[in-house]
Design a protein around this ligand. Structure first.
Ligand code: FAD
Length: 323
């Protein structure tokens, strides 16, 4: 059944986040040959419309207003409800990002529809559209089909392959004028934590440190390895609680959920709350002095040793491969 599917493109610092392209790929599956409509909300975002089309959207609608320059649930929901009112889509796909997690339940409530949140895969099987999503902190997966109403889903970053970029694709980018009113939250300023390098939630390679790094400086060898591999640095809560790094790096049940291609856990014991945030990584390498550490139970490759010896050796070897 061909469907019209609306996809929210997420903009950060003037660029589209990669999850926007992954959401378009998911929307193509949901559309089953129907139309995929990209939506951009913000201020001065229309120039990004063609990029959504290059990644597979058929056309794009922009809602621009200075009141939308920063994300607020009130502002964005008004913009999206206007788009949904105009388009009457049969499907809606967002990224399962901080923004998507905040906005999607609010919109699902307004639309009186269900929500499949945090999908890691979707496929057509037996005439049904089947979503896969992790449950019990990633220890099991459930399959979901939507039997009634709008198919509304959020997709976990880094799980659904985006379509190849095709710069020859063309499509219409049209603006929709929406009067944004009664904002209950006014964002005056956004102060970013000084974070260097790659965005953790979208990183393809993550080098994570635990209490075993022993100090703030103990993260330096991990940063060097991350630089060589073009990856990001993450952490266990143990490392954050010990003040070795900022909580924005925390991975796990109460931190970020990540699914990179390569996750290197250094001096992390592998508590269940940590595994909840990283066990779906494609390849897991664990470096730990304790051969009994639980992290080895989820690792594809394990190195029993001192991270301060092993990590610099890996960095040197990867540097040689890059030459
Ligand atoms: P430890 O358990 O102390 O492990 C340190 C490891 O480093 C050890 O295995 C040790 O052998 C190894 N090591 C030491 N020195 C070296 C060396 N030189 N070289 C190599 N290895 C070395 N944790 C999270 O990570 N994320 C969460 O989101 C999270 N949420 C939680 C939510 C709740 C409600 C609760 C109760 C806990 C949560 N935790 C979370 C905490 C979790 O239970 C663990 O306490 C925490 O993950 C432990 O961090 P760690 O592995 O760095 O430290």
């Amino acid at each position: 059944m061909a469907r019209k599917v609306v996809v929210l493109g997420e903009v950060r610092d003037g660029s589209l986040r990669n999850v926007s392209f992954e959401a378009i790929a998911a929307a193509k599956t949901v559309a089953e040959g129907g139309e995929v409509v990209g939506v951009l909300v913000g201020q001065s975002v229309s120039s990004l419309g063609q990029e959504l089309i290059h990644y597979g959207a058929d056309r794009v609608i922009t809602v621009e207003d200075e009141k939308l320059a920063q994300y607020t649930p009130d502002g964005y929901s008004q913009a999206l409800m206007a788009v949904i009112g105009q388009e009457s889509p049969e499907g809606i796909i967002f990224g399962h990002t901080a923004l998507g997690k905040d906005l999607s339940p609010k919109l699902a409530g307004k639309l009186k529809t269900g929500l499949v949140s945090d999908a890691t895969d979707l496929e057509l099987a037996g005439g049904n559209l089947v979503f896969t999503r992790p449950i019990y902190s990633g220890k099991a997966f459930e399959k979901k089909i939507v039997t009634d109403g709008v198919i509304f889903a959020t997709i976990r970053p880094n799980n659904i392959e985006p379509l190849a970029k095709d710069e020859a694709r063309t499509g219409d980018v049209a603006s929709l004028s929406v009067e944004i009113k009664d904002l209950r939250t006014i964002i005056k300023d956004v102060v970013r934590k000084a974070s260097e390098g790659v965005d953790l939630s979208e990183a393809k390679v993550i080098i994570a440190g635990g209490r075993g790094v022993k100090s703030e400086d103990g993260f330096n060898p991990l940063k060097e390895l991350a630089d060589v591999l073009g990856g990001a640095v993450g952490a266990s809560r143990g490392a954050c609680d010990a003040d070795y790094c900022d909580y924005s790096l925390q991975i796990g049940q109460t931190g970020k959920v990540v699914t990179p291609d390569l996750y290197i856990a250094c001096g992390i014991s592998g508590a269940i709350q940590h595994l909840a945030g990283m066990s779906n990584s494609k390849v897991i390498v664990a470096i730990n002095k304790d051969p009994e550490a639980n992290i080895f139970n989820v690792a594809d490759y394990g190195i029993v040793g001192d991270l301060f010896e092993v990590v610099p050796l890996l960095t040197e070897e990867f540097k040689k491969l890059k030459v």
